[in-house]
Design a binder for this molecule. Sequence first.
Ligand code: CA
Length: 131
Amino acid sequence: MFPGIGYYKFHWNSSTIFLEALSKCRDEGGHLIIINSEEEAGVVRHLFSSHKPEKLLAYAGFFDPAMGQHFVTIFGQPLNETGYQKWGRHQPNGRENESCGYVYEDGTIGDVVCSSPLPFMCEYDLSWNVD
Ligand SMILES: [Ca+2]
């Protein structure tokens, strides 16, 4: 729980493909993390540094559905409207074969092959445990 930002669950020890990560977050009542601010990127950095996973990237809630370098969130919002679009060095670089989004330990984002076994981060609305 990060006051004013949200609830997060870092499945840091998972080796999960993108679609499975997507449905696992949904099953838990949340969604794959979508970063909307520098503060939220700070949460990502914090979660990585406190868990120290073997793999330093985790699936996030955006992808490139047409594989044309037009990234949108899992809710269909263009990535450049989310308030945060800080790509890592040389990212996105996937062209046709890397169309799923991840967050890196430093809070930057990138694209990766959707069948890569990776950790993932879920996010929950702040009202999650209220009602
Ligand atoms: Ca990439």
